[in-house]
Design a protein around this ligand. Structure first.
Ligand SMILES: [Zn+2]
Length: 286
């Protein structure tokens, strides 16, 4: 943890000297176009230890959104990202409902959830933690693309196409297409707004996800207690087609977010991608 924080601090100092101030000779030398030693070492660590190209990753500075390391073909290209949109869909709903969120009873398959036996009683926070599709079907039942677009663009996301409505606005059905890089930066913005109404509930859900929800493999891998995690599963967009691709966004540490890792794993569900994300964070931390 201590090394992790120090490495990150070094990376922040090297990659983003504060503008408007006279630069010392140290930051001058770090201010050229070459990647810093820090960012080179994150990329090298992850490439060496996770050589399988079924794994794509983006590592961002959780303060600035600067990309510190990446291995992702065309991270700007628009693809379905599944449940990664749910936090932003929830905030779009909140904007129109004074950030008051309904409760719901998930019956599983019967009410359209991915978990056959259902999640039972859910509120917004647990719906984020367990990525409950039944809750989000209820939340988006009356929603339109036009209602979601201002919130989406406010977070830098490509808005849903005109005519998309209902559960597709929560990432179900793979119709809302977003660039992975924009999605990663939207989560940086989410953390920046952590004290705003609605965002607090969403982040509580992401912390619960890491503790006991679909992202639990992340906390399990880490030596410090908490991360913020959101998982998702979406239609595969690789040439070698699989049933679906798993996604995980993990932000750590939760009490003082410094790093954002977004991972895509070919051919597995989001909860399995969380396991890889946890191992990667652990590797960076060491
Ligand atoms: Zn459910």
């Amino acid at each position: 943890m201590r090394t992790f924080a120090l490495l990150l601090l070094a990376g922040v100092l090297a990659s983003s000297p504060s503008p408007g101030h006279a630069q010392s000779s140290v930051s001058d030398s770090a201010n050229d176009s070459r990647p810093s030693l820090f960012t080179q070492s994150i990329g090298r660590l992850l490439n060496d230890d996770f050589p399988n190209h079924d794994i794509s990753f983006l590592v961002l500075d959780a303060h600035t959104g600067t990309v510190l390391a990446s291995r992702w073909d065309h991270p700007e290209a628009l693809i379905p990202l599944g449940s990664l949109v749910k936090p932003f869909t929830a905030l779009a709903y909140g904007e129109r409902h004074e950030f008051k969120y309904p409760k719901h009873f998930c019956r599983g398959t019967i009410t359209g959830c991915w978990l056959p036996r259902g999640h039972g009683d859910v509120n917004l926070t647990s719906a984020i933690a367990y990525s409950c599709n039944s809750y989000f079907r209820m939340l988006t039942a009356e929603m339109t693309a036009a209602q979601v677009s201002p919130t989406a663009t406010g977070f830098g996301l490509q808005p849903p196409a005109f005519g998309i409505s209902g559960p597709a606005l929560a990432g179900l059905g793979n119709r809302w297409l977003i660039s992975p890089l924009n999605m990663a930066r939207a989560y940086v913005e989410l953390v920046r707004r952590r004290d705003q109404p609605g965002v607090r509930l969403v982040l509580a859900g992401m912390a619960q996800s890491a503790r006991q929800g679909t992202g639990a493999e992340v906390d399990r891998a880490l030596s410090y207690p908490d991360a913020f995690v959101k998982t998702g599963t979406a239609a595969c967009t690789h040439h070698q087609h699989a049933g679906g691709d798993g996604f995980t966004v993990a932000i750590a540490p939760a009490d003082q977010p410094q790093i954002l890792l977004m991972v895509r794993v070919h051919g597995v569900p989001g909860a399995r991608a969380a396991r890889i994300a946890g191992q990667m964070l652990r590797r960076i931390e060491e």
